[in-house]
Design a protein around this ligand. Sequence first.
Ligand code: SF4
Length: 212
Amino acid sequence: MLKINEIFHSIQGESTYAGRRCVFVRLTYCNLRCTYCDTEYAFYEGVDKSIEEITDKVKSYNCNLVEITGGEPLMQEESLELMKKLCDLNFEVMLETGGSLPIKDVDNRVKIIMDLKTPSSGMMKKNLYENINFVKKSDEIKFVIGNREDYDWAKKTIEKYNLNKKCKILFSVVFNQLEPITLSEWILEDKLDVIFQLQMHKYIWEPDKRGV
Ligand code: SF4
């Protein structure tokens, strides 16, 4: 059984798949407490569901793309089994993870979107850098940037671990903290080879609306 916070159908708001229809399976619990967290309701709220109940619900939306998110999905070991099952059922599966727990046992068919937590998140010390060895070309590493210190740190981290050679890199602003135009201009000035993204769902719906 997995503790599930919510399952819903929406527009994917992040990553290089932004804009696509997607079913989101949000798992309960998170081992981190980022300063900017917008899903605190997933820390404890949830109901137990079997893998079969989850896959039945996912199938009901008639949508091929599924994201396993949280909270931190990897806190529940059975999430690995869930992702494998969804891949076996021929869904395109994405995993959104905070980057503090091992990704090495995640099914190879899953597209992993992994954060590296920046200084202003307050969770930088929790980054599990060993994960970088297991990132595939098709995965994406995301930096959520709240200020210039975060940006400079992200730049150095990309260089230090040669991240551009490993996968696509996403730069996102902390909503309502750093203006998108500011981050865009920094990226242009430095000619950084990264993908700037906005959390699209926060512009389509009210920023704090749940289930979208
Ligand atoms: S990892 Fe995600 S869910 Fe967990 S505290 Fe940070 S932003 Fe919130």
